[in-house]
Design a protein around this ligand. Structure first.
Ligand code: KIV
Ligand code: ZN
Length: 509
């Protein structure tokens, strides 16, 4: 039988500490509900003493979800613990997470104290918390750099004081996997009362080893992992939930979690969008390219048997399907697959001829999508004809952002003016008004190309229309114009939409 590994999610505490990622209470409730349905065991809902907003969020989350344990963070300070217990009063399963520094760096340079006094403070905090709540987790901050013998002494003392879970954070992301694993084993072997508590891993990703360290911890005796969705968190982030859950599922190591893995991807998208933190395209499990195969050899291999190049089925983590992306490097097999999907079948000779035309087309493009393939088939350009004709924006600290733009729809020009919360938002709203559609913006990223004489803005974005995502790219020396071009580039890929406008235009002319 497999051993259960408890999933402790700290997206709403350690993750939310990232500058610019703050959520309001309503958004936190939404994320908490999704975490509950994903199957996490513990939700760290906030640090109640830190702000009235955090206090309120812990109260609201405690009321909104019932299955997971709701945890609140404190320092080893009575006032913090009292406030945390108040915030947790509605939680069905409350937990207080208290602790103090364990490395000599922290003991000497943060607390200006001694090892013995620090243990006393930790024990006092646990004892006080235990008078308010039964389930107490103790964190030994910077345990990754702490002396193992001292750490064992501290952990033994806090378990004796009533801690039910002991968290061994690699706060600075310093440890190597074998070192972190050995630290957990040392505690398993040298803490006499370790059978009375669960060891928890809390690893940061400063050297890119958070997941490896966490797995090493589990393999050496830890049975709780502290993780965030998409690995968000301070600096380089925390251990990512999706990576740990999929490592434990993919490798038969004898562990199981309660995570319902097909719910991973939708929640990853929700968190990325709410926290305005785009996911790097090559991010393991949830990145846009995590299941995309673009080289001819790989595409051919995946089409013959998915397992040739994929260790996880995309559906297993909620990614709709594997994306065999067509580029100038794709082979005949991939082209045949996509044309087959669109209902076309060809003889080998016919396919060779189409393949030559496909290469000519693909050479001038980043990737080839369904609309491009359709136009390749009948020689009729289906899409790509909604263009920016003119754009004018007013914005600044004392003006209401307003955009007036004209679009070329086939042979016609259509104009609209809209206000927004910024010039880009106003311009997108003006496009929506002309098209009579509200298009959902899922991701928006601006980068700059700095030349000596001028700067060029490059905009990558993703929109959603009828539950399908479309990416767009635009570039211009004007950031708003680059944004509108990217928006139209994505819109031009929605064949139903472009057909609707362009066919109507042609019919009207
Ligand atoms: O990284 C860390 O040490 C923490 C503790 C407060 C648990 O986040
Ligand atoms: Zn942390």
């Amino acid at each position: 039988m497999s051993d259960k590994v408890y999933i402790f999610d700290t997206t709403l505490r350690d993750g939310e500490q990232v500058p610019g990622c703050q959520l309001n209470t309503q958004e936190k409730i939404e994320v908490a509900r999704q975490l509950e349905s994903l199957g996490v065991d513990i939700i760290e809902a906030g640090f109640p003493i830190s702000s009235p907003g955090d206090f309120q969020s812990v109260v609201a989350i405690s009321k909104a979800v019932s299955n997971p344990t709701i945890c609140a963070l404190t320092r080893a300070v009575e006032k913090d613990i009292k406030v945390a217990a108040e915030a947790l009063q509605y939680a069905k399963h409350p937990r207080i997470h208290t602790g103090i520094g364990a490395s000599d760096y922290h003991i000497q340079h943060k607390f200006n104290s001694t090892r013995d006094k620090i243990i006393e403070r930790g024990v006092a905090a646990v004892k006080y918390a235990k008078t308010l709540v039964e389930d107490i987790e103790f964190y030994a901050e910077d345990a990754g750099r702490a002396d193992n013998a001292f750490l064992a002494k501290m952990i033994e003392a806090v378990i004796a004081a009533g801690a039910t879970v002991v968290n061994i954070p690699d706060t600075t992301g310093y440890c190597l996997p074998h070192e972190y694993g050995a630290k957990i084993k040392y505690l398993m072997d040298h803490v006499s009362n370790i059978d009375k508590a669960i060891i928890s891993c809390h690893c940061h990703n400063d050297l890119g080893m958070a997941t490896a360290n966490t797995i090493a911890g589990v393999m050496n005796g830890a049975r709780q992992v502290e993780v965030t969705i998409n690995g968000i968190g301070e600096r380089a982030g925390n251990t990512s939930l999706e990576e740990v859950a999929m490592v434990l599922k993919t490798h038969k190591l004898g562990f199981e979690t309660g995570i319902i893995t097909p719910k991973i991807y939708p929640l990853s998208m929700l968190v990325s969008k709410m926290m305005r933190m785009p996911i790097q395209p090559n991010k393991a499990i949830v990145g846009r390219n995590a299941f995309a195969h673009s080289s001819g050899i790989h595409q051919d291999g995946v089409l013959k048997n998915r397992e040739n190049y994929e260790i996880i089925a995309p559906e297993d983590v909620g990614v709709p399907k594997n994306s065999i992306i067509l580029t100038a490097r794709s082979g005949r097999h991939a082209l045949k697959y996509h044309l087959g999907r669109l209902g076309y079948t060809f003889t080998t000779e016919e396919l060779s001829e189409i393949y030559e035309r496909f290469l000519l087309m693909a050479d001038g493009k980043k990737d080839v999508d369904d609309d491009d393939l359709l136009s390749l088939m009948d020689g009729t350009k289906q899409t790509g004809s909604i263009e920016l004709d003119q754009l004018q924006v007013t914005c600044g600290t004392s003006a209401t952002p307003t955009a007036t733009l004209a679009l070329k729809l086939g042979g016609e020009i259509a104009k609209a003016s809209e206000m927004g919360n910024g010039p880009v938002n106003a311009a997108f709203r003006a496009v929506d008004r002309i098209l009579g559609e509200v298009i959902e913006l899922e991701e928006y990223l601006v980068q700059s190309n700095i030349n000596r004489s001028f700067d060029t803005a490059k905009v990558h974005l993703r929109i959603n229309h009828n539950n399908k995502s479309y990416v767009g790219f635009g570039t211009d020396t004007d950031i708003v114009a680059a944004s509108v071009k990217a928006y139209l580039n994505a819109i031009n890929k929605i064949s139903t939409l472009t057909k609707k406008y362009l066919v109507e235009e042609v019919a009207a002319s």
